[in-house]
Write a protein that binds this ligand. Structure first.
Ligand SMILES: *[C@@H]1O[C@H](CO)[C@@H](O)[C@H](O)[C@H]1NC(C)=O
Ligand SMILES: *[C@@H]1O[C@H](CO)[C@@H](O)[C@H](O)[C@H]1NC(C)=O
Ligand SMILES: *[C@@H]1O[C@H](CO)[C@@H](O)[C@H](O)[C@H]1NC(C)=O
Ligand SMILES: *[C@@H]1O[C@H](CO)[C@@H](O)[C@H](O)[C@H]1NC(C)=O
Length: 712
């Protein structure tokens, strides 16, 4: 039914001019929307094939992907016209919510509305750049031979030598696209895209895509409250890597073993407190069990299932690529049962956590698809929902929950319980090194782009302004071009939804943790028992603005974004950092000792412990005789004592069968296409009926006129 849709509209409109009743008008709008969605769905499938081809390194992959991506913009403009035409002068009832929502989403699809030439320029720039980054094999891995991106990622994680790290980073930057082209030809497209979507300015356009009024302002406000923790972590890193004089100064990102500074996980081993048994054990076990690639995904799916969301129903296991490149990419054919991933096989705690996020994201899409009654736009809406980011993010937080670690055999619960707050501190450090730099990077990327677009940064200075901006805003020394390795930047997508998602995921965590009857309880079990509030929201897809669903996700505890979920989560880490950074707060000697050691050796010494000397000799791996050595860790005075994680009796319950959703899934997949066909037939019947009725009315009118004429 490809090019026929607009033809049908045109034909219909010649029939239905003027005199339609509002019932008929509504039917026409509904029928047109259904047809437009089927068009989109068809296209999504073709586009997914092309995307997949490119991802698996098919020689014609890039050209196939470019062709489909270009066509997507043309399709989107056409479909907007069709919907507008079908809508005519019809005004939808306020109560007709789902239809209103669909029409709104179809009329304001975002950047795809760009003038065709400009759209083609955007996707060509981005697709080509990402392809080059993915497939270049002249990266410098420090070994004297050229290497691939995957190898670059894994070597940078291990490299110690500063000069080599810098060389590696430069070899990556050489494969990035031109900054001048980006600044002159690509970024300004955002102004045109906002005009095409009827917005006056990029900031309000982005607000609309995130569906949050004043999103950037809100993000700034949230950031102001998270910033102290970010700064402390930053100072602590400076202290540990470079000594006291470096505290408060900017840090070069290659020293953080990062390409653009958005993740500092690779330096964790230089930052661990004394007795980092939990880190060492998890690290060793993940290696030992080879929990990378497909195995990490299987572990993640087990956790997702354990939370009550069910197994994954896609053919992900048979056809996905688990030995490709990270970060994980998900390709969705817009058909239930057909989603695939490309990820890497490298084993690391970071990739393990990421696998959890990706698995939950796939589950999210499955649940949305299953319940959106096969309506394309309500699950693929071009919107940036913080909930869509936060729920998978929440599951990634749970991957390091003590009960989850115990179940996956990474760290036994009874050992955890022996010294819980100390272990929690280490786990918090692992998470903080991932999330805090991201939060900062997301906001920096959006703020900087808006500043350039609004002329706050003059064009003449724009070329060197990113690194300048990062210096002030992030306390990092980056290059001017490193943001061009990022698909969100290359495609002109706002980061603000992801920023808010990161904030919200900690609120979700807190909302569940606060409900635990005691610190001893199993948080995973509890989420399983009340996972409905997440499923209910996932089922709605994009039927509502995400902001309207926040309260539901948080069990009505809060109805907006609050930074406190995050700051409360990191309370132990915050206190630990305070102690490390403030010599007056602890034994003077202790502090001087670290400082001396740090400045003397380039090798990073273990930091002093915040825990009492009595446990220094304690073998944290095997709890000693219970009667002695009850570890005395400072009470965190936590307002939410359960918030950081849960400690308690190990209780692996057999999962209750998942809700009836699951059982009906199989059936609905089979009937899926039949429903599509039936819908199409119904639409055609309705159209014929409308036409027939129009003709009938028309005939009657003509007759009436004739009668009147003859009477006259
Ligand atoms: C690595 O790639 C660069 C650029 O393509 C090339 O000039 C160089 O000779 C290569 N080096 C090795 C060791 O293959
Ligand atoms: C934006 O649109 C205007 C008018 O159509 C055009 O002249 C301009 O080149 C466009 N901007 C970019 C960056 O292409
Ligand atoms: C990935 O694994 C597949 C088989 O599982 C193999 O054919 C392919 O060569 C591997 N690719 C890489 C890059 O290792
Ligand atoms: C799907 O259909 C069911 C039953 O007809 C309805 O209750 C539900 O609201 C619909 N969902 C959406 C997203 O339209």
């Amino acid at each position: 039914m490809k090019p026929t849709v607009s033809l049908i509209f045109i034909t219909l409109h010649t029939f239905l001019t003027g005199t339609t009743s509002s019932v008929d008008d509504r039917r026409l709008v509904v029928a047109s929307v259904d047809l437009v969605e089927l068009e989109y769905q068809d296209h999504c499938e073709n586009r997914a094939y092309a995307t997949w081809k490119e991802l698996i390194g098919d020689p014609r992959g890039l050209s196939a992907k470019l062709e489909k991506d270009k066509a997507f913009g043309i399709l989107s403009r056409q479909q907007k016209k069709d919907v507008k035409m079908a809508l005519g002068g019809y005004t939808m009832e306020p109560s007709d919510e789902v239809l209103r929502r669909k029409v709104q989403l179809l009329l304001q699809p975002g950047d795809t509305l760009l003038d065709t030439k400009q759209w083609i320029r955007l996707v060509t720039f981005a697709d080509t750049a990402l392809h080059k980054i993915r497939y270049a094999n002249d990266y410098d891995c420090g070994t004297g031979t050229n290497c691939t991106l995957r190898e670059l990622h894994s070597s940078i994680a291990r490299q110690q030598d500063e000069a080599t790290l810098l060389r590696m980073k430069l070899s990556w930057e050489r494969n990035l696209p031109s900054l001048n082209e980006y600044l002159e030809e690509i970024l300004p497209l955002l102004r045109n895209a906002s005009k095409e979507n009827n917005y006056n300015g990029v900031e309000s356009y982005w607000d609309s895509l995130v569906e949050y009024e004043g999103a950037i302002l809100k993000a700034r406000e949230l950031w102001d409250n998270v910033k102290p923790l970010y700064q402390k972590l930053h100072k602590y890193i400076a202290l540990r890597l470079k000594g006291t004089e470096a505290v408060g100064n900017t840090l070069p990102v290659h020293l953080l073993r990062s390409l653009n500074g958005d993740d500092w996980s690779n330096i964790i081993e230089s930052l661990l407190p004394k007795h980092p048994a939990i880190y060492q054990k998890i690290h060793a076990n993940i290696q030992l069990k080879d929990l990378g690639g497909a195995k990490a995904f299987r572990e993640a799916v087990k956790l997702v299932d354990g939370l009550g969301f069910g197994e994954l129903d896609t053919d992900i296991w048979t056809n996905s690529i688990f030995n490709g490149t990270c970060p994980t990419t998900i390709v969705d054919w817009c058909k239930p049962n057909k989603m695939l991933v490309v990820t890497c096989k490298d084993v690391s705690i970071g990739n393990y956590i990421d696998a959890h996020e990706a698995a939950m994201r796939i589950k999210y899409r499955e649940i949305a698809a299953l319940h959106s009654n096969n309506t394309y736009i309500l699950r693929e809406a071009p919107r940036y929902s913080a909930i869509y980011e936060a729920i998978p993010g929440f599951v990634s937080l749970l991957s390091l929950n003590p009960h989850a670690l115990d179940r996956s055999g990474l760290f036994p619960l009874h050992v955890f319980n022996y010294n819980p707050n100390h272990h929690r501190l280490v786990l918090q450090l692992i998470m903080a090194l991932r999330d805090l730099p991201k939060l900062n990077y997301y906001l920096a990327a959006d703020e900087w782009r808006l500043k350039v677009l609004m002329g706050t940064i003059p064009v003449s200075k724009a070329v060197s302004s990113w690194s300048e901006f990062r210096k002030n805003f992030s306390l990092l020394e980056t290059s001017d071009v490193d943001l061009l390795g990022d698909s969100h930047i290359l495609f002109n997508r706002p980061y603000i939804g992801k920023f808010m998602g990161l904030i919200l995921k900690y609120q979700i965590y807190q909302s569940f943790a606060e409900e635990l009857s005691s610190d001893e309880s199993d948080l995973l079990q509890h989420v399983n028992e009340s996972s409905n509030r997440l499923s209910d929201v996932m089922m709605q897809g994009y039927t509502n603005d995400w902001t309207e669903m926040v309260s539901e996700v948080l069990a009505k505890r809060e109805n907006g974004l609050e930074y406190t979920g995050l700051t409360d989560y990191y309370q132990l880490l915050d206190e630990y950092l305070d102690k490390q950074l403030d010599p007056s707060d602890k034994e003077e000697d202790d502090y001087n000792e670290i400082v001396k050691e740090t400045t003397e050796n380039n090798a990073i010494p273990p930091p002093p412990s915040t825990i009492k000397p009595t446990i220094h000799e304690l073998d944290v791996i095997e709890p000693p005789d219970e009667s002695e050595n009850i570890v005395d860790v400072e009470d965190s005075h936590s307002k939410y004592s359960a918030e950081t994680s849960t400690v308690g009796v190990l209780e692996i319950k057999k999962q209750p069968p998942v809700d009836d959703t699951k059982n009906t899934q199989e059936a609905s997949y089979n009937t899926y296409w039949w429903i599509g066909i039936v819908v199409a037939i119904i639409i055609i019947v309705i159209l014929i009926a409308i036409i027939a009725r129009k003709r009938h009315n028309h005939r009657k009118q003509l007759e009436k006129q004739r009668r009147e004429n003859t009477r006259a």
